[in-house]
Write a protein that binds this ligand. Structure first.
Ligand code: FAD
Length: 349
């Protein structure tokens, strides 16, 4: 038997670490290059919904998440201006765990399985190479294109500071949206995605973006709370246009492949799913049963089949959430439509 070929993964976020774990479970030699270190906060709603929990279960990670204190969200409410949706039950519970704990937990699991994790190690080559998978996260817009989205996240130390009607409250405005949900340790995640609008007076600071406009329910919820200073993080210039894996030169998974609008709460699930979809072809490559071109093609094809439809619906949902055309009466009608909510929930995951 020839020796197993090793795999290099660029990026030790959710996709990279999950892939590393899946490959180590099959005995494949793996090295992950991670530009940062653990633990660290990330801009994220920390709300895993869709197929994510099932993938974690298959990789024997779900129990670890639960032991780390992950809590389940079972209900959701949308708020837009003066209109509120009814509190709705999620058809499957979502798993909520701080990225501070989540990424460190996955990094530890990968190392326990014998994976090599290089921290503070940035991969600098932009070339596509055999045996190398890019899991380096979201692509940022470099050119001055519009719209320019940016995200902000912070934690509130105790849920008792807030009076929430649902496990996840999603507050929508024409500038974007803010999600509020309970996470592990009795803390609350507050995370928003925004698009500064020309001619409008913009909030001066990150906490002000999260707290929302005067008079809104969001402001009522968050006006007096204290955010944990060290949990603040932000990211600018997000690229939300869907991408196809088969159009990429490199082998990519997670956000490096494509980003879904955060309102779906499905990005982390897509990171776990794309990692799982890549395990089998990469293990076959490592054992010499597939060449690199075949491996890359198989991964791309599996990801495109899994994600193409949900990305189209996710784009439509993102537009619906922020479109000025859907403000006012029509907007509040949509908010109350159970049929529309069920359709969007099903189709975006
Ligand atoms: C505002 C906002 C809210 C969100 N809320 C949710 C939510 O509630 N639920 C949900 O499911 N998803 C949510 N998401 C999406 C989710 O955060 C991502 O889909 C998920 O983190 C993708 O995982 P990833 O591993 O692909 O990328 P990341 O988690 O970003 O990991 C990429 C890693 O690669 C490293 N890296 C980058 N470049 C290099 C390099 N050159 N060399 C070495 N390492 C490198 C980075 O340091 C990082 O650790 C949200 C996103 C945003 C912006």
């Amino acid at each position: 038997m020839p020796p197993a070929k090793s795999i290099t993964i660029i990026g030790g976020g959710l996709a990279g670490l999950t892939l590393g774990i899946g490959l180590r479970q099959r005995g494949v030699p793996v090295t992950i290059w991670e530009a940062g270190r653990y633990p660290r906060h990330r801009v994220c709603g920390e709300f895993i919904s869709g197929n994510g929990p099932a993938v974690l279960g298959r990789l024997e990670l779900l129990e670890r998440f639960e032991q780390a204190g992950a809590v389940y969200a079972r209900s959701v409410m949308f708020v837009r201006g003066a209109s509120r949706s009814p509190v709705r039950r999620l058809s499957a519970p979502a798993l909520c765990l701080s990225r501070h704990e989540m990424d460190a937990l996955l990094a530890g699991s990968f190392q326990q399985l014998g994976g090599e994790l290089l921290v503070n190690a940035r991969w600098t080559s932009g070339e596509s190479r055999e045996g190398v998978v890019r899991a380096a996260g979201r692509r940022l817009q470099t050119a001055e294109k519009t719209p320019r989205w940016f995200g902000v996240k912070a934690h509130v130390s105790s849920a008792s500071q807030l009076n929430l009607d649902a496990d996840l409250e999603m507050h929508v405005s024409p500038s974007g949206y803010v999600g509020i949900n309970r996470i592990n340790g009795g803390e609350v995640n507050v995370c928003g995605l925004f698009r500064p609008r020309e001619g409008n007076r913009q909030p001066g600071s990150k906490p002000d973006w999260l707290r929302g406009e005067t008079g809104s329910l969001l402001r009522e919820r968050l006006g007096a709370v204290e955010f944990e200073a060290d949990s603040f993080c932000s990211v600018a210039g997000l690229q939300l246009k869907p991408q196809r894996a088969s159009a990429k030169e490199e082998c990519c998974i997670g956000d490096a492949l494509t980003m879904t609008p955060p309102v779906t709460g499905n990005g982390m699930s897509m990171a776990f799913e794309s990692a799982e979809l890549a395990v089998e072809p990469l293990a076959a490559y490592s054992q010499g049963r597939l060449n690199w071109t075949e491996t890359q093609q198989q991964i791309a094809q599996r990801c495109d089949v899994a994600f193409a439809r949900r990305l189209v619906w996710a784009r439509f949902l993102q537009w619906m959430m922020i479109s000025p055309a859907l403000q006012g009466r029509f907007g509040s009608l949509l908010l109350r439509s159970n049929w529309l909510w069920q359709l969007m929930f099903r189709r975006t995951r």
